[in-house]
Design a protein. Structure first.
Ligand code: PLP
Length: 433
């Protein structure tokens, strides 16, 4: 037995001793809203990559790129170190001169929604552009497409929005709007891996699709993310911005992939300047490590079952809570979609006779975790008080989200005993009111 095999064997013992999930006891064991759903195989992959001691992107990253592109049926995958980095990378790429008159310039407007996660919007601001905020719909928590149309101006260059909680936004309306008006679409699919619209995976409709592999997400690497795209020329721009802005596209440890390493003349550099050190963009370093990729490769094998479990759990909660429509706006899948749920959102109605604070405190005492819908109305957040922006129409629903919406977990770590306990607890709370 090789030393590697001996280590793997020991890992099985270690996993049993320290990492196996304890049996669920209602009221005693916490019911998390999300979390990593991992097994000893994931740990083996992580250790396998560590034993290679390659550390930066390597063979597992290649495997992840291939596996992820095969799953989504997309040509190119640029792995990065988080979903936020994926958003920053996707947006920044569109500021490249390579896009000529369609490139995004400082001062250009980008349509987005006010309710959501901050790093869907931040790259717009970080690149000196102007976010134009429109409202969401209750129940789907996705963009109100009528307001989106009203938001168009001569300065609009792109739409950058998320598929909220795994529920696709109206891709029919949004892609048509973008095509009709020559706008880029960046689909933040961080919470929606595996969600489909008209049987096509989200993330594959726009110029770029972004994903997160933080533990709350459909698959995890601990920290990690990816940008996907169909065109090789777009992929090269992504790689450049991700890898310090360089013009060269050699993988770590490789040289002369282009076959003319000392045969370029770019900018004001002298002819034959090493291509490895020629920079065509003001870039970042957003790469991940091979240990992260290794966990991703292992998790990817289970993605289909994870998605099905999320759908099952969402439906189970829906069936158990659908009699409570007098108290809550229940969540609803977007038309023509098959969501890959991230969470089960409830909005307390004004007429419910109780507040969101009361119900989440009740659940908290029963060790049932819940979450707000991220930043609520981002324009109420301290960080956004002085940003240059436009608001279009009323943001009434975003205000409601900030005041009255919360979501419950549907991740594969929740079993029906836990879901029954959530359903019973919510009914118990309402009975007491
Ligand atoms: C919609 C959305 N976009 C982006 C992100 C950022 O992902 P990460 O935490 O990997 O940076 C999140 C985080 O959960 C998210 O919910």
């Amino acid at each position: 037995m090789s030393s590697r095999e001996k280590i793997f064997k020991l890992l099985e013992e270690h996993y049993k001793e320290e990492l196996e999930t304890p049996e669920f006891i209602p009221g005693k064991t916490p019911v998390p809203v999300s979390g990593k759903f991992t097994d000893v195989e994931d740990l083996k992959y992580l250790i396998d990559a560590s034993l290679d001691f390659w550390l930066t992107e390597g063979r597992f990253t290649d495997d992840f790129e291939n596996g992820f592109s095969e799953f989504l049926g997309i040509k190119h995958v640029a792995p990065v170190n988080s979903g936020s980095s994926a958003n920053l990378l996707a947006f920044s790429a569109l500021t490249s001169d390579k896009y000529k008159d369609r490139k995004i310039n400082k001062g250009d407007e980008v349509i987005t929604v006010a309710s959501g996660f901050p790093t869907t919007v931040n790259p717009i601001i970080q690149n000196g552009c102007v976010p134009v905020f429109v409202d969401c719909e209750l129940e789907t928590y996705n963009i109100n497409t009528e307001s989106m149309k009203e938001a168009l101006s001569e300065k609009t260059k792109a739409v950058m929005i998320a598929h909220t909680l795994g529920n696709p936004f109206d891709l029919g309306e949004v892609t048509k709007f973008c095509e009709d008006n020559d706008l880029w679409l960046i689909e933040d699919s961080c919470d929606a891996l595996g969600a489909e619209y008209n049987s096509q995976y989200v993330g594959t409709f726009g110029k770029f699709g972004t994903f997160s592999f933080y533990p709350a997400h459909h698959i995890t690497m601990g920290e990690g993310g990816a940008v996907i795209t169909q065109k090789k020329s777009d992929f090269k721009v992504l790689e450049s911005f991700r890898d310090w802005g360089r013009d060269c596209w050699c993988a770590p440890g490789k040289n002369d992939t282009c076959g003319r390493r000392y045969d370029w003349q770019l900018g004001n550099l002298p002819y034959a300047y090493d291509h490895k050190y020629i920079y065509s963009h003001i870039g970042y370093n957003l790469k991940l490590t091979d240990m992260q990729s290794a966990v991703g490769v292992s998790q990817l094998k289970k993605l289909n079952t994870f998605i099905e479990k999320r759908r099952f759990n969402w439906k189970y909660l829906y069936d158990g809570l659908k009699d409570l429509e007098d108290y809550f706006y229940l969540p609803r899948a977007t038309k023509n979609s098959n969501p890959s749920w991230f969470g089960f959102a409830l909005t307390v109605k004004d007429t419910a006779g109780f507040s969101r604070a009361e119900i989440i405190e009740f659940l908290d005492q029963r060790l049932i975790a819940s979450r707000f819908l991220f930043g609520g109305n981002l324009l109420w957040q301290p960080a956004y008080q002085n940003i240059q922006h436009r608001e279009v129409g009323s943001l009434r629903n975003s205000d409601t989200v900030a005041l009255s919406t919360f979501w419950l977990g549907v991740f594969p770590g929740l079993d029906t005993k836990m879901l029954d306990y959530i359903i019973e607890s919510i009914h118990e709370f309402i009975k007491q009111k």
